[in-house]
Ligand binder design. Structure first.
Ligand SMILES: Nc1ncnc2c1ncn2[C@@H]1O[C@H](COP(=O)(O)OP(=O)(O)OP(=O)(O)O)[C@@H](O)[C@H]1O
Ligand SMILES: O=C(O)C1=C[C@@H](O)[C@@H](O)[C@H](O)C1
Ligand SMILES: [Mg+2]
Length: 198
């Protein structure tokens, strides 16, 4: 690991990841850059990009705020787990998960087993700057959205860490630069693996 990566959660190493599937899963808070970086990473690594939120919207034909309005968060989470179950049957994908995907233990286990999980981590200040103008995140439609973001961060940071094989700081570099560094790093770890197994 070079300096692109912060220390790994619970001393985990990428050896624990299911690299054979070629799958890369991005987890992290709303605004961490999962969708933006995921698309670029898939392009650089020549993998297929999926975004769980986008797939749910395609399947239902309505936006995520509408799903929350009609079915509540519980209904959305059920759809999210169904979608992850289906998407994780794929190989050679980069998947941007929804910010709350790690709340469900079944999702966490599926992700850990199904590929290499990358936690894109940013400070609450960065996350707030990136999400404050966007009304598409139903959990932030409260009287004090910044506080809500901080509460969600405190609740979820340990879950992202528990799930991730790799933790990356997404606050200090542009999305493109991060995707380039990650692509280089992941391509190198593939090389090393091929050497070991080949
Ligand atoms: N590393 C970065 N530096 C600066 N801005 C970024 C970075 N990553 C993402 N952004 C910007 O932050 C905003 C949110 O990013 P994005 O939608 O990719 O987050 P997300 O993790 O997919 O969030 P959600 O869980 O809500 O889907 C976008 O406007 C994006 O351009
Ligand atoms: O952090 C969350 O709980 C969410 C993040 C988004 O990706 C969407 O999945 C939805 O808005 C919920
Ligand atoms: Mg997204």
């Amino acid at each position: 690991m070079n300096s692109t990566y912060a220390t790994l959660a619970s001393e985990k190493t990428t050896d624990d990841a299911n690299e054979a599937s070629g799958n890369i899963f991005l987890v992290g808070m709303m605004g961490a850059g999962k969708t933006t970086i995921g698309k670029l990473l898939a392009h650089f690594l020549d993998k297929t990009f999926y975004d769980s939120d986008r797939e749910i919207q395609k399947r239902t034909g309505v936006s995520i705020p509408v799903i929350f309005e009609i079915e509540g968060e519980t209904g959305f989470r059920k759809r999210e787990t169904e979608m992850l179950t289906q998407l994780l049957k794929s190989e050679n994908i980069v998947l941007a998960t929804g910010g709350g995907a790690v709340l469900n233990v079944k999702n966490r286990e599926m992700l850990k087993r199904g590929g290499t999980v990358i936690y894109l981590r940013a400070t609450v200040d960065d996350l707030w700057r990136r999400t404050r103008q966007d009304k598409n995140r139903p959990l932030l439609q409260t009287s004090d959205p910044r506080r809500k973001l901080a509460e969600l961060y405190a609740q979820r940071d340990p879950l992202y860490r528990e799930t991730a094989h790799i933790i990356v700081e997404s606050g200090k570099r542009s999305a493109r630069h991060l995707a380039q560094l990650l692509a280089q790093q992941l391509a190198c770890s593939d090389l090393v693996m091929d050497k070991k197994t080949g």
